[in-house]
Design a protein around this ligand. Structure first.
Ligand code: PBG
Length: 323
């Protein structure tokens, strides 16, 4: 047998494999999501996300210090809003002394260099568990966008570096960019959840924040997973409206979408490896059916290989330890 090409040569040893590896994870690839609750010294494990916790502000600050010391450059903040503060107008979302605004200030004070990104959507604040204002059983677009813009401004005033609208209303990026400009927040970035799909994989997150929709689903605003051209269109529009980073979410079921957007929208692309993706690995590992460490690194490497410049993941700390 005479062969002129032997593909296995480049896989001969760990050293050779490392030399030709196209995709290498580094700590600055990761954005660490954080769930914040009221109180002091609170650390509550999320039942559908074993090993992941809701922290009160004091412990959140401790956690952020640890993330920064590990080389992680960014956190993405979510808060759990008390039931009595929820309404259908997003009142608490724009409260300058709300939990989110206090969290931004506390983190900025303690770890000024870390990049603070904040979730912008009404669901944690909504008595209906929807990302927008509800009228006659519908999620109304323009009135919601107006609140999202004010919410973004209030995060910027508290010291957020990036606002991350995850609501999927039309026109919100332009409105947010405009209000930031009008108020001279020229250095605040926007990470737009442009390709956010109506996915079954957000279940554990909704447990974490007690934010499941009270009626219906989110299919009139989040994307249909049958489509990728729409995701590309929306990412292009968000970039034109002033987004600095576009996001694809979830990640592993949508690697084709990440690649299309990476190829055609010329701004950084992030991918959100979401709560259900975390839970699947955790559950299989607990059953002894998958090796957790290998599953984590393969998943995150594949997301980066598909074209993600940044990955929001609940495995950020595990991944850095494993690198
Ligand atoms: C809220 C929001 C959701 C997630 C991030 N922001 C849930 C939803 O849209 O219902 C999900 C994140 C995850 O599952 O890890 N707008």
């Amino acid at each position: 047998m005479i062969m002129i090409r032997r593909n296995r040569i480049l896989r001969t040893s760990p050293a050779i494999r490392a030399m030709v590896a196209e995709t290498i994870l580094t700590p600055s690839d990761f954005i660490a999501p954080l769930f914040i609750v009221e109180g002091e010294n609170v650390k509550e494990e999320i039942s559908s996300m074993p090993g992941y916790f809701r922290y009160s502000l004091d412990l959140t600050v401790k956690e952020v210090k640890e993330l920064w010391s590990m080389g992680i450059k960014s956190v993405l903040l979510f808060i759990k809003c008390a039931d009595e503060l929820k309404d259908n107008k997003g009142t608490e979302a724009v409260n300058p002394n709300g939990l989110m605004q206090r969290a931004i200030r506390a983190i900025k004070d303690a770890v000024p260099e870390i990049v603070i990104m904040t979730d912008v959507a009404l669901d944690p604040y909504s008595s209906y568990g929807h990302d927008g204002i509800v009228e006659n059983g519908e999620i109304v677009n323009d009135a919601t966008v107006e609140v999202l813009a004010r919410m973004s401004l209030s995060h910027a005033e508290a010291g957020a570096d990036f606002v991350a609208p995850s609501d999927k209303m039309d026109g919100r990026i332009l409105s947010i960019r405009s209000i930031l400009e009008q108020n001279s927040f020229h250095k605040v970035g926007i990470m737009a959840y442009s390709a956010k799909y109506a996915s079954c994989l957000y279940g554990p997150f909704r447990d974490a924040l007690d934010s499941a929709p009270g009626f219906g689903d989110k299919k009139t605003y989040q994307l249909d997973y049958a489509n990728s051209t729409m995701a590309l269109k929306e990412a292009l529009m968000d970039a034109q409206e002033g987004a600095d980073i576009v996001m694809v979410k979830p990640a592993l079921y949508y690697l084709d979408v990440i690649r299309r957007i990476k190829d055609e929208v010329h701004i950084p692309v992030s991918a959100y490896h979401v709560s259900g993706e975390y839970a699947m690995i955790k559950a299989a590992a607990k059953m002894g059916w998958l090796n957790e460490e290998k599953a984590i690194i393969e998943a995150l490497t594949s997301i980066k290989r598909a074209g993600a410049d940044l990955i929001a993941t609940y495995f950020a700390k595990d991944a850095v330890r494993l690198l």
